[in-house]
Design a protein around this ligand. Structure first.
Ligand code: PLP
Length: 456
């Protein structure tokens, strides 16, 4: 949990002090069990998981078929080191995953989380450049604000001043261009013209940095926590590809949050038929059943590394049979229950409901996202982009109001980023129309309580 990743305020609890130092002085209710889109606590309360945790539980909690597949695997072996043995779940999951990715993205490398996935993408790109005689290429251009992970390598491409500031002497913070917040711009350009203008900032940055030094560009096709589901104008995506091609720069798509079906397509980038060079996945791939992540790349990037002795990178738990059996069963359930289609259909219902709330509450400045990765930005005056006074802690208060009413939604503020408060709604992809109604009614009541409290 980053210090700006918001959580509901603590409740007074009469429990013994915790040794878990991430909890600091905060105490949460003790979770008892979870099923579908719901959590139950030890003290008998029920919560709707309106954000799938931090956008993880894509197929919902306690799916019986996934649990059974994991139990079957547990009875065989939970761990076999990839340098000693191959294992069937990893092989099958790689095959299944490749079949869902753009043509040619069929070389898979497993890891155990999102930061490992993005960092592995960067290391693959760099090693490819070295073995193909381009050792001067090392800079990875990113966007600001953005979140690509918490390890030092992934943090170096994370556009968030507060997260990076203590660590900057220990890493090279990479160059950044602004995230495409086109809806905020007050100019005479069309959205499509703005999309091109934001993409062209990449070219300007490449030239300013020296094109021979730039290795890659990393971006989320549908923004996640740092931008509350920001989507660029359609014209942005092909223009970015064109610029990367022109300068021989690798395009890395961080699909850790927006991938694995959540947006109504398997990859967020599939909405624009994007052709990234490397893709990072995690979160929904394991759906909370096991720590799992992956990078996917085409043979043309992997082959030179193999010829030069292999990818100089790896993590102990990577590709372990239990996590891969879980991931394989998760993708199996996604297919069996047609969850990607449901995410698209229910996403349409949910965004319409959020837009209806926008009509009711004037401080909802923007509603956006794709499928079931949706966000809203809150401003005191959407016309002039005047933010709500940060001292009022609007995001925090909204999360608290929802939590008190039994709904978990997500919110995060980025220091130096877009200064609006925001919240995200990203329920499991199994959600029904009725459950969306239940969720929207709580969000409406919570916004009402916020408006009264802050006089919005
Ligand atoms: N990339 C994106 C887009 C993310 O949203 C996250 C986590 O929120 C990460 C990378 C890092 O993932 P993890 O927390 O599993 O290391």
């Amino acid at each position: 949990m980053s210090k700006l990743e918001m959580q509901p305020s603590p409740e007074p609890e009469a429990r013994s002090p915790s040794h878990l130092f991430y909890l600091s002085s905060l105490r949460r209710p003790l979770v008892d069990r979870a099923e579908g889109i719901y959590f139950w606590t030890k003290d008998g309360r029920r919560f709707i998981d309106g954000s799938s945790g931090p956008m993880v539980a894509n197929i919902g909690h306690s799916n019986r078929n996934v649990l059974e597949a994991m139990k079957r695997q547990m009875d065989k072996t939970t761990f076999a080191y990839r340098l000693h043995f191959e294992n069937e779940p990893a092989e099958e999951l790689a095959r299944k995953l490749a079949s869902k990715l753009p043509a040619g993205m069929d070389r898979i490398f497993f890891v155990s989380g999102g930061s490992e996935a993005t960092e592995s993408c960067i290391k693959l790109a760099r090693q490819w450049a070295v073995v193909t005689g381009q050792p001067k290429r090392w800079k990875v251009i990113t966007r600001f604000p953005s979140y690509h992970g918490g390890t030092l390598g992934s943090l170096a491409v994370t556009g968030d001043d507060a997260l990076a500031e203590s660590f900057t002497p220990m890493m090279r913070v990479m160059p950044a261009i602004p995230a495409p917040t086109a809806w905020r711009d007050r100019d005479n350009l069309s959205m499509e013209q703005r999309g091109v203008r934001y993409a062209d900032m990449l070219e300007e940055k490449i030239l300013a940095e020296g094109q021979e030094s730039v290795l890659a560009f990393i971006m989320e096709p549908v923004g996640g926590a740092a931008t509350a589901a920001l989507v660029a104008p359609d014209s942005y995506y092909p223009r970015i590809r064109e610029i990367c091609d022109r300068y021989g720069i690798l395009l890395i798509h961080d699909e850790v949050m927006c991938g694995s079906g959540r947006t109504g397509k398997f990859l967020g980038g599939d909405h624009w038929n994007c052709r990234p060079d490397i893709v990072a996945l995690s979160k929904g791939l394991g759906s909370g059943y096991a720590p799992l992540g992956a990078l996917a790349a085409p043979m043309r990037l992997v082959e030179p590394l193999l010829a030069a002795g292999g990818f100089q990178h790896g993590h102990t738990y990577a590709g372990n049979p239990l996590a891969c059996a879980a991931g394989l069963a998760v993708l199996g359930e996604m297919d069996r229950l047609d969850l990607i289609a449901n995410a698209a259909a229910m996403g349409d219902v949910l965004i319409d409901e959020l837009k209806a709330l926008q009509k009711r509450f004037s401080f909802i400045a923007d509603v956006r996202g794709k499928g079931l990765l949706l966000g809203a930005e809150l401003l005191a005056d959407p016309e002039t982009l005047k933010p709500i006074d940060p001292a009022r802690k609007a995001t925090q208060r909204l999360l608290d109001h929802a939590y008190a009413r039994g709904l978990i939604i997500y919110g995060r503020k980025v220091k130096g980023g877009v200064d609006g408060d925001n919240f995200m709604v990203a329920p499991p992809m199994i959600i029904t129309r009725e459950q969306i109604g239940e969720m929207i009614s709580i969000i409406g009541d919570s916004l009402e309580a916020l408006a009264n409290e802050l006089d919005l």
